[in-house]
Ligand binder design. Structure first.
Ligand SMILES: [Zn+2]
Ligand SMILES: [Zn+2]
Length: 139
């Protein structure tokens, strides 16, 4: 799980400057369960950090993803969603409200993948499900 300390350590190691806005991005991603898109992080922080640009959100997040500290979900073609939870799990997106929920990772699928002779081990998967949440299906 991403922590601010781990994030700072990694960004420093990657040669990135540790700025107040980068620390604010780390704080905002830490312990986050709602899979915020880049735009939401930006909107939440821009009032307190007027110098923040959306480019800084994108670049900081992609550095963190390169260090396996967060996931960048390509669950939607229009937006990227961030997830600091690196435990194996899948995702469900509601087609109407666009909320993203965690769903269990099915280890049977990994086992089935591994049954191919070409594949030695399975470490992770990106599994996306789409449908409607209870709030949208039964308003
Ligand atoms: Zn919904
Ligand atoms: Zn997740």
């Amino acid at each position: 799980m991403l922590t601010v300390d781990k994030g700072i350590q990694y960004l420093q190691g990657a040669g990135a400057k540790i700025t107040a806005t980068r620390i604010a991005i780390l704080k905002s991603l830490e312990n986050r369960r709602d899979h915020p898109p880049a735009e939401r992080i930006f909107m939440e922080l821009k009032f307190s950090y007027p110098s923040l640009s959306i480019a800084t959100v994108y670049s900081t997040a992609s550095l963190l993803a390169r260090g396996s500290l967060i996931r960048i979900l390509s669950i939607d073609e229009k937006k990227v969603y961030y997830d600091p939870n690196m435990e194996p799990h899948g995702h469900f997106m509601c087609r109407k409200c666009k909320r993203v929920f965690d769903v269990p990772f099915h280890f049977e699928i990994a086992a089935a993948v591994k049954s191919s002779e070409e594949i030695a081990s399975v470490e992770d998967a990106e599994i996306f499900y789409y449908g409607f949440c209870v709030r949208c299906e039964h308003p």
